[in-house]
Design a protein around this ligand. Structure first.
Ligand code: HEC
Ligand code: HEC
Ligand code: HEC
Ligand code: HEC
Length: 414
């Protein structure tokens, strides 16, 4: 068929019909890359003609509709099947080729595209790209809908609510004998809590208190305390600070000159409650708290020196441990949007739109990138540091964004 009509592509905001935004310059779009060379070839589906799209519909009817629907919107009970309506055309084409050569390794899809020509793949891509996208998932209507899982700091704060009575609401102790939990590295806090749980550190009360706290919340609690403002315990410290300072010189190599340790395995002592400090030293000395590094230092000092050191350390200013505040889902999504477009509405025909996609599908492919099962160096790098909660929250976030349609505009024949 002679190409008497040509199309160029633009994306129209379906948010406000009046505010139509054109993301691609018509000049660039109106001159489709010539030839078949490299990535230019990838773009063919973005320049499909109406007749290409009509032929693509026939392919879809024959080979795809039973799973994806003829409207490209996977029914809720079709588990694992993504929506493909309104997805960016070049991306669809690239992925179909990936299935065809087995690079995405998914039986259902590999078999569906195995015997289709590249031309058919291009046309079926254009067909599905031309459709109206699925509506965003239900919760989208309430913009303030809670994320699937709360962020680690809020989760830690909630999990630590029952600890406040002894350790203070923000980990600053006001009760003699209760350790300060601020100014400590989260890794140390996790190790300490695990040690109570597994009985390596003997304290029946702490063991009982932590018995019901899961590993994820242990981490969240540690992060919560690590991000609180460091302050000295608001408890009394008798003892001779000057004498304590002199004696503490022997401890500086591990605990730092002023009790601020740079090593996550060694706790900081600055601002620590004096009574807890003394109890800990006694425990190391009599072996009820066993630790190779502390055995000799604890044996070398008597009660008087311990009291003086306790006073010295209690009066030092604790410092915030080196820990980065994790990004919120919205902050993470801003990074994703650099490639996937504002609110996951990609303006690059090769980059997938995420807006309105099914959360279960998004979650699954994000984990696949993370594990390297679905290959993409960029996406592996982007998902590498994400926690389980980040992945779930991002999936829900994008499923709730309003998708913007991909619109083919027919140009008058030249
Ligand atoms: C037997 C059911 C089935 C049939 C038939 C089928 N698909 Fe799929 N399709 C799936 C499933 C399941 C997935 C998700 C696979 C994965 O995670 O890689 C998928 C994924 C896709 C994707 C990837 C979407 C994305 O966002 O990355 C595209 C594109 C696609 N299908 C297009 C098609 C087209 C075009 C046809 C017809 C030629 C077709 N499918 C036929 C089940 C099917
Ligand atoms: C009834 C008072 C009480 C409550 C409630 C309590 N703790 Fe403790 N906690 C203590 C005491 C006392 C110690 C010191 C035990 C010891 O000597 O090993 C301690 C020690 C700790 C330590 C070790 C500190 C260090 O410097 O090594 C951590 C961490 C800790 N608690 C976390 C928690 C968390 C988290 C909760 C809430 C889930 C909690 N505690 C609830 C009294 C309490
Ligand atoms: C070789 C390195 C090293 C030296 C030297 C050392 N410590 Fe420690 N200290 C540690 C480590 C590691 C721990 C954590 C052990 C554990 O988990 O029980 C610790 C724990 C402690 C604790 C418990 C803190 C808490 O929050 O529960 C106190 C108190 C302490 N040290 C005091 C001292 C004093 C006082 C000296 C000097 C007399 C000293 N340490 C010398 C490595 C050292
Ligand atoms: C540097 C650019 C870039 C950034 C930043 C980026 N992505 Fe991607 N993303 C891509 C590319 C390219 C693909 C297609 C990879 C492929 O072929 O599998 C992709 C694919 C995906 C897919 C698969 C879509 C589908 O329909 O199957 C999801 C989901 C996704 N990205 C989510 C994210 C999230 C969430 C973030 C932020 C944490 C993110 N991306 C950040 C470039 C990026």
């Amino acid at each position: 068929m002679k190409s008497s009509t040509r199309t160029f592509f633009l994306m129209v905001s379906t948010l406000a019909a009046a505010a139509t935004s054109v993301f691609f310059s018509p000049v660039e779009a109106a001159s489709p890359p010539a030839g078949k060379s490299g990535s230019a070839d990838d773009l063919r589906a973005a320049y499909a003609t109406p007749s290409d799209i009509a032929e693509g519909k026939r392919v879809a009817q024959a080979s795809c509709a039973r799973c994806h629907g003829i409207d490209g919107i996977a029914p809720a009970n079709a588990k694992g099947v993504p929506h493909i309506a309104g997805q960016r055309p070049a991306y669809l084409h690239i992925e179909l080729r990936a299935y065809q050569i087995g690079a995405r390794g998914e039986n259902a899809m590999d078999n569906s595209v195995k015997f289709l020509s590249d031309d058919a793949l291009m046309k079926v891509s254009a067909y599905y790209a031309s459709l109206e996208p699925a509506p965003p998932s239900a919760a989208a209507s309430s913009a303030k809908a809670a994320p699937a899982k709360s962020d680690p700091i809020s989760a830690g704060k909630a999990a630590a609510a029952g600890c406040a009575g002894c350790h203070g609401a923000t980990g600053v102790s006001t009760t003699p004998g209760m350790p300060n939990l601020v100014g400590l590295d989260p890794k140390y806090l996790v190790a300490a809590m695990d040690a109570y749980k597994n009985g390596q550190r003997k304290d029946d009360m702490m063991k009982t208190l932590l018995a019901a706290v899961g590993e994820a919340d242990i981490k969240n609690i540690a992060l919560f305390y690590a991000l609180q403002k460091p302050a000295r315990a608001k408890t009394p410290a008798q003892g001779n600070q000057a004498a304590g300072k002199a004696a503490a010189a022997a401890c500086a190599s591990c605990h730092g000159d002023l009790g601020v340790s740079g090593n996550p395995a060694t706790p900081s002592l600055a601002g620590q409650d004096a009574q807890y400090f003394a109890v800990a030293m006694k425990a190391y000395r009599d072996g009820t708290r066993s630790d190779q590094s502390m055995k000799a230092p604890a044996a070398s000092v008597d009660d008087r020196v311990v009291r003086d050191m306790a006073a010295f350390y209690a009066n030092q200013q604790p410092q915030a441990p080196k820990v980065r505040k994790p990004l919120t889902t919205v902050e993470l999504a801003q990074r994703c949007d650099r490639c996937h477009g504002v609110n996951g509405n990609s303006t690059d025909p090769r980059s997938p739109a995420l807006a309105g996609q099914r959360a279960d599908y998004l979650e699954r492919v994000l984990r696949a990138y993370q594990k390297g099962a679905r290959k993409s160096p960029q996406m592996h790098a982007m998902t590498d540091g994400l926690t389980e909660a980040d992945v779930s929250n991002l999936a829900v976030h994008y499923s709730r964004q309003k998708p913007r349609a991909f619109v083919y505009v027919v140009l008058p024949a030249k």
